[in-house]
Design a protein around this ligand. Structure first.
Ligand SMILES: Cc1cc2nc3c(=O)[nH]c(=O)nc-3n(C[C@H](O)[C@H](O)[C@H](O)COP(=O)(O)OP(=O)(O)OC[C@H]3O[C@@H](n4cnc5c(N)ncnc54)[C@H](O)[C@@H]3O)c2cc1C
Length: 453
């Protein structure tokens, strides 16, 4: 679409992850002049790639779920519908160093970490759990309180507490139960998972090419420093100069956005709650042999620092990885923790030993490990406080020219590509609606209903 002046607006999109890429596409599609600013040296944010001996591989394991409607639509729109395939995958569970299949009633009956009565209750409650949440204010109910009332204290202590703590840290039980309840609709143990041939790099190449044809000004290696409100516009200082735009969408993690806004009037007006983020340390093992053929297995009380194993070659052909089997293991942790600060080489060495020790029956040898690559990310999972629905940042404060599309706004949806795509589309829709009401250079008045997702 071509827009003539003065309808054509200059819009900056900050952050080149999936949210930023989606927002830029929506705005450019409607004829606006869009500049995308990303501090990294490649696109994709948490969903990015690296080069391994000539293979373009995902830094962090990513798959698609059949329920990812907004993401699947985007994949089709950029011409990759035919590249997406689906495969049934299975789940395991490692408790106390023993490995279990965890895919249905028979596996549950054999799951000896729980007593027989606990297994029966676990199965029955799991079937009903989504319905058990109906009619309760789960946004203000602690995860621990809700799950203990449903499953009983022993199941919480043996299985559920370690699971949640591993992802969200020691205060996981204090998070709102609504977050878990929403998740129940998305994931099942035995499920078809989707993967794009060519991985995240194929997706990013296609969407970036699409943005280029739509005239988006794409700027990598450009770090946003300060964001300032000026009369009828926004000024953004970057290492390579100042960007002067009519509107801005920020997809930056909240602590970074807060730093960019400083103690300005704008910072005081928009709602940025204190949210602690979990980061992640993720090791990617290249193996000569497969492990258990479970796509995903949580690891509880098993002498490992990592607390989950994703056997990616359950979903993706080994040829994608130069003929190797690929397993990701991960530990969610605070970015200030000793583990997060540790150098990659020593983490890799230690985790090699821990992985080998989990599979004594497979007689895995150090020589079966071809390589280990470590990746870290500081801002991954916001650890939401109780009542977060009412405190989450608004898309728009009603007055400024800054709109927000950060992963801390997808709540109660889970942090995932689909949630970010959905949010970015909604934020773009609201901004476009807003622009349509305001001639360029005029002040803005907004109805409150537009501001919330
Ligand atoms: C280990 C792991 C596994 C995952 N698995 C899946 C999965 O299987 N399926 C799924 O759907 N999702 C998965 N996710 C979640 C998914 O990756 C995220 O939800 C999604 O990528 C968030 O996208 P975003 O654009 O909102 O944020 P981000 O990807 O965090 O993008 C924010 C961008 O802002 C940039 N930035 C930060 N500061 C500045 C600055 N000052 N100036 C300019 N740019 C800046 C960052 O570099 C980044 O590119 C996984 C995530 C991890 C870490």
């Amino acid at each position: 679409m071509f827009l003539a002046e003065p309808s054509r607006q200059r819009i900056a999109v900050l952050g080149g992850g999936i949210a930023g890429l989606t927002a830029a596409r929506e705005l450019a599609r409607h004829g606006h002049s869009v500049t995308m600013v990303e501090s990294g040296d490649r696109w994709g944010g948490l969903g990015t790639w690296f080069d391994w001996n000539g293979h373009s591989l995902d830094q962090f394991y990513h798959c698609q779920m059949p329920s990812d409607a907004d993401l699947l639509e985007l994949i089709r729109d950029i011409g990759l519908g035919e590249s997406l395939y689906w495969k049934p995958t299975r789940m395991g569970f490692v408790v106390g160093g023993r490995r279990y299949a965890f895919n249905g009633p028979m596996d549950l009956l054999r799951f000896s970490p729980l007593t027989f009565a606990e297994r029966i209750r676990f199965g029955a409650v799991s079937l009903l759990l989504r319905r058990l949440g109906l009619g309760r204010d789960l946004d203000r109910t602690r995860i621990e309180d809700w799950l203990v009332s449903c499953y009983g204290r022993p199941v919480w202590e043996k299985i559920l507490r370690p699971l949640f703590t591993s992802k969200f840290g020691p205060a996981a039980g204090d998070m709102p139960a609504l977050y878990i309840w929403e998740r129940l609709g998305r994931e099942k143990n035995t499920v078809s998972r989707g993967y794009l041939r060519g991985g995240l790099k194929a997706f990013l190449d296609a969407i970036v090419q699409d943005l280029e044809t739509k005239g988006v000004d794409l700027r990598l290696n450009t770090r946003v420093g300060t964001i300032r409100e000026v009369t009828n516009g926004i000024e953004i200082d970057t290492g390579s100069g100042t960007l002067d735009v009519d509107w801005c969408i920020s997809t930056l993690p909240l602590p970074i956005l807060k730093g960019c806004l400083g103690d300005s009037k704008l910072a005081r007006r928009i709602r940025i709650p204190e949210v602690r983020y979990q980061g992640v340390v993720n090791a990617m093992f290249f193996l000569r042999r497969p492990l258990d053929n479970f796509y995903w297995a949580p690891v509880v009380d098993s002498g490992t620092e990592f607390d989950g194993i994703v056997e990616m070659t359950e979903l993706v052909e080994t040829s994608h990885y130069g003929g190797n089997h690929v397993v990701y293991v991960m530990k969610y942790c605070d970015r200030s923790s000793a583990l997060f600060q540790e150098d990659a080489k020593s983490i890799a060495e230690r985790w090699k030993g821990q992985l080998l020790a989990l599979y004594p029956d497979l007689n895995l040898q150090p020589s079966d490990i071809v390589d280990v690559q470590i990746f870290k990310a500081p801002f991954v999972e916001p650890a939401y406080p109780l009542g977060y629905s009412e405190m989450k940042p608004l898309i728009h404060d009603g007055e400024s020219r800054l709109f927000l599309a950060t992963s801390a706004q997808v709540y109660p949806k889970i942090t995932a590509w689909n949630s970010s795509v959905r949010l970015a589309k909604e934020v773009s829709r609201q901004l476009l609606g807003h622009i349509a009401q305001v001639p360029k250079g005029k002040a803005v008045v907004e109805t409150p209903a537009m501001a919330q997702v």
